[in-house]
Design a protein around this ligand. Structure first.
Ligand code: 3HC
Length: 320
């Protein structure tokens, strides 16, 4: 049991920790931190890493079907970038204690969450444009905040690199959507159909409304997040709606309207039943996504074993 002296020491450390965050200092691995701060970061960074890795699947499915060599090269590079993002993020999470194997087990055993958005199918080539434009656009907004403000040094720095690459992803998606929206009637139809299917799931990426977001207060208190789920979602909608109108693309929300006094585009209600079902494993592609990750993990086992054996062999002369 903690005595009064221990409690005083804990309170002093917490006050100093919070003062560092208030001064805008980064918390680094090995620094004192409250256990809840560590746990929140492990949860958030590992979910983010899993999202990058699972996120390779819906787009990866179109690499062999890209309409020309240039598009194929761009898509290959983009999917490869997502793998790199997963790498940076698993490393950042490892600085807080868990091993990569433990995090991957959580994903493969279905215990870990990853972004809702990757549990929807990519039905046409237009979906690849919309993923870049909407999904990477939403991710950038969220991760620019994390890069600038997140109080944990390794996570903030990983996000700086990730955002630089994501901004290319977003631009290539936007360019595809502009081309298709201003192209043939069939291209326009395909891109409108993709907007219809991806609009709502993309808005769900920002998480539940603030009043239903149990983690936000603690994340904001400790400078991990500096803007709430609803604030970021509103900024995203305000940026995107005029752009879609300019392209003469319809937004699948009959309640969408502009509010003069706030200057905001107000959306209708999100289908939260769908959101909770998807993030708890019951979306259109959850089973398929996890099955693909499990298969990849098994098929890559020999590579991991060969690398471990090679590393052991390299140590041998030192031992001799
Ligand atoms: N998908 C899946 N689960 C989600 C979710 C989403 N879009 N939004 C919220 N949730 C989950 C939370 O993880 C939490 O569950 P848990 O407590 O069991 O972990 C629960 O719903 C309640 O949500 P909260 O609002 O309380 O959770 P947070 O305050 O953590 O906010 C978040 C959710 C905005 C996603 C935040 O965690 C975050 O900013 N994470 C870092 C960024 C990230 O993970 N992005 C993934 C996007 S995809 C991507 O980057 C790939 C790129 O290639 C596009």
């Amino acid at each position: 049991m903690n005595g009064p002296t221990d409690r005083n020491a804990d309170e002093r450390e917490l006050a100093e920790f919070e003062a560092r965050i208030a001064r805008g200092e980064k918390i680094e691995p090995g620094d004192w931190m409250p256990e809840e701060y560590r746990q929140q970061l492990i949860r958030m960074i590992s979910q983010h890493a899993h999202s990058e890795i699972v996120g390779m699947l819906p787009e990866g499915a179109w690499i062999t079907r890209a309409p020309n060599l240039r598009r194929k090269m761009v898509l290959l590079a983009k999917v490869q970038d997502e793998a790199g993002h997963g790498e940076y993020l698993y490393h950042a999470a490892e600085t807080l204690g868990p091993t990569r194997e433990e995090m991957l087990d959580d994903l493969l055993d279905g215990r870990a969450k990853y972004s809702n958005i990757f549990n929807y199918p990519t039905l046409t080539w237009a979906d690849i444009g919309i993923i870049g434009y909407f999904v990477d656009g939403a991710a950038i907004l969220n991760q620019t905040m994390l890069a600038r403000c997140s109080s944990y040094g390794p996570y903030a720095r990983a996000n700086v690199r990730i955002c630089a690459e994501e901004s290319f992803h977003m631009k290539q998606g936007k360019e595809m959507v502009i081309r298709m929206a201003t192209g043939t009637a069939e291209q326009k139809r395909l891109v409108q159909d993709a907007v219809n299917r991806w609009w709502w799931p993309t808005l769900m990426m920002f998480g539940p409304h603030d009043q239903h977001s149990p983690n936000t207060p603690q994340l904001v208190r400790w400078g991990i997040k500096t803007r709430t789920n609803d604030e970021l979602r509103q900024t995203f909608v305000n940026n995107l709606v005029p752009e879609l109108h300019a392209l003469d693309l319809e937004i699948p929300d009959p309640d969408l309207h502009y509010e003069e006094e706030s200057g905001n585009w107000i959306i209708g209600e999100i289908d939260w039943d769908e959101f909770w079902a998807v993030i708890h494993g019951d979306g259109p592609c959850n089973e398929e996504r996890l099955a693909a990750r499990r298969r990849a993990h098994e098929e890559g086992r020999w590579v991991r074993e060969a690398m471990a054996a090679y590393a052991e062999r390299k140590k041998e002369p030192e031992r001799a």
